[in-house]
Design a protein around this ligand. Sequence first.
Ligand SMILES: NC(=O)c1ccc[n+]([C@@H]2O[C@H](COP(=O)([O-])OP(=O)(O)OC[C@H]3O[C@@H](n4cnc5c(N)ncnc54)[C@H](O)[C@@H]3O)[C@@H](O)[C@H]2O)c1
Length: 326
Amino acid sequence: MRIAVIGLAGVGKKHVQVFSEIAELACVCDLNEEVLNDTSSKFGLKGYADAKEMFEAEQLDAVSLCTPPKSHAPLTEMAAAKGASILAEKPMANSVENCRKMIDVCKDAGVTLMIAQKKRFVPTVARLKELTEGDLGPIKFLLHRYPHPGMSQKDWFWSADDGGGPILENAVHAADTIRFLCGDVERVYAEGSTAFAEHRAPVINCAVYTVRFKSGAIANVGAGMASCPGFSFEDFYAATDKGVAEVSGPFDNADTIRFAFRENPKDVTEEKVEGADPFLLEMQHFIECIEQKKEPLTSGYEGMKAVELCLAVKQSAAEGKPIDLA
Ligand SMILES: NC(=O)c1ccc[n+]([C@@H]2O[C@H](COP(=O)([O-])OP(=O)(O)OC[C@H]3O[C@@H](n4cnc5c(N)ncnc54)[C@H](O)[C@@H]3O)[C@@H](O)[C@H]2O)c1
């Protein structure tokens, strides 16, 4: 399987490393000459500064988009037109309209579209999902703390028509994970703040939001760039009719799950998963979905619904009222 990676300065480095190990990395692309030369020389790959030129010159089975969200829709259109499947980094796009465009062009071209919402591949999150689809039963009450321990200085990250700030650009991870665990959202109400990044106002840096799901479950999420490296953590607390569970650990590496059943409430089971690489699991899934013509776990539809939820959080915070997503 011949794959190309577009966007090499940040997370693209990880995509290049993993795809070079599990597929045939055909070439790489980046607008920035220095960034491009750095990766193409390190991996001995042909490099392109222009994606259009790359798609014209290369026969590709798939492409990985590691560029800012605003570019995901136009690059997806180019890739799909050449019959290449797409793994697009999160957030899927800068608007729901562009997400829809991506889904439509991929459907028309018959290529796979997967969104790199890697949290679904974190083993403890997958285990929580398995438990709540099994012995624990469906989640009725969920708390998710997701305070990023850093602060982005990238202008595109904060730009209203691109990354949209931390609530969309980064906390789309939280939005996608709660949807993974609890399903479609009915209504969301958010309070947002520009705290810790006042110079980026009016774009909010952090938010606390309450969600009602179509299943009847309720959740509360705290997200944004509100922590610091000494306090690197993220966690979930879930309650069901039959028991409770908690997933916790360092930010981006929630490696521990504990759970108990109400019929035996003091008997707590703890499982720890060390050394897992959600990026690797995600990229293996992408290849498997192309080869087996399967719908990815993080399909275009799922990516679009996570973007929609983040935009509703921002809208609710701006307008001071709940937003209905039904
Ligand atoms: N899954 C994760 O954990 C994770 C982590 C970081 C970033 N991301 C996502 O990855 C994407 C990129 O983020 P980043 O932090 O790596 O960005 P970045 O700014 O560090 O790097 C982006 C690169 O893309 C290049 N680029 C931009 N537009 C291009 C185009 N049209 N053609 C070719 N090259 C182009 C830029 O020159 C730059 O080198 C974002 O959507 C972000 O949310 C995901």
